[in-house]
Design a binder for this molecule. Structure first.
Ligand code: GLP
Length: 243
């Protein structure tokens, strides 16, 4: 029997949308599953294909489904929700969700600071900085591309092996320094061809650009980081108090 009630004041596309969401939430439809074609839904529920398409489009926009041209409509991976209260590392974020963090190191260089980097890190132009480019993985799937700049005179002894794991862990546990606070901006953008390649998405897909300046307690900058996150795998959550 169809779960669509045509006499209800609730729009039909919305009823279908809620029905599919429920199947996903109950785990009856799993990430990667292909949905039956629009035509089948239309026939089964005696509704128009336009209505089915409207429900699918809405679910694609909300990140529940994704379309692959010529292949069909699939259940998307669940988004990772990240709280914006605590100052956490990528490694900690993934572990706290039961995912295995990983890195693909794109490059690791010691370079002279440009004027921009020097001002972000409160050092002099040409002072040595580590430039670290990594693809950040969760259960081996790419989530973000990150470019860190770190003053080599402050954070000593970084190696490829260390940055292939957790930079925050090295700073705190091996160097005994305390990362204290950060300022972070988040903005939306679209992936360029290189980012798309690294993140396994199509060029022009939505991404989130995150810039973080991290400091020690006394205000010394520890890092200046630009990250590009897949917008289909990530969402940010903030708790607000009205005082
Ligand atoms: C997040 C932040 C970066 C920070 C990184 C440290 O991804 N956006 O600013 O450098 O965590 O992560 P890890 O300690 O896993 O190297």
């Amino acid at each position: 029997m169809s779960m669509i009630n045509k006499n209800s004041p609730i729009p039909i596309y919305y009823q279908l949308e809620e029905h599919i969401k429920e199947l996903i939430e109950k785990g009856e439809l799993k990430p990667g599953d292909v949905l039956p074609p629009e035509r089948e839904y239309a026939e089964k529920h005696q509704i128009s294909r336009m209505t089915v398409r409207q429900a699918f489009t809405q679910l694609v926009n909300e990140g529940y489904l994704h379309r692959i041209q010529g292949k069909g409509t699939f259940v998307a991976e669940r988004k990772i929700e990240q709280g914006l209260q605590g100052l956490t590392s990528f490694t900690e974020d993934m572990k706290s969700r039961g995912l295995t963090p990983g890195n693909e190191l794109l490059s690791f260089k010691l370079i002279p600071a440009t004027l921009t980097i020097a001002s972000q890190l409160s050092i002099k132009e040409y002072d040595p900085v580590y430039e670290i480019k990594r693809i950040r993985l969760a259960d081996q799937l790419p989530m973000a591309v990150e470019v860190n700049h770190i003053s080599a005179n402050l954070i000593k002894g970084l190696t490829e092996q260390i940055v292939n794991q957790s930079i925050y862990h090295y700073i705190e546990e091996s160097l005994g320094m305390r990362i204290h606070h950060a300022a972070q901006t988040i903005e939306s953008s679209i992936a360029n061809s290189l980012e798309a390649k690294h993140l396994h998405i199509s060029t022009g897909s939505p991404v989130m650009l995150i810039q973080r300046n991290t400091f020690l307690k006394n205000g010394t900058p520890v890092e200046f980081v630009k990250s590009t996150y897949r917008a289909d795998r990530y969402k940010f959550m903030i708790t607000m108090n009205r005082s």
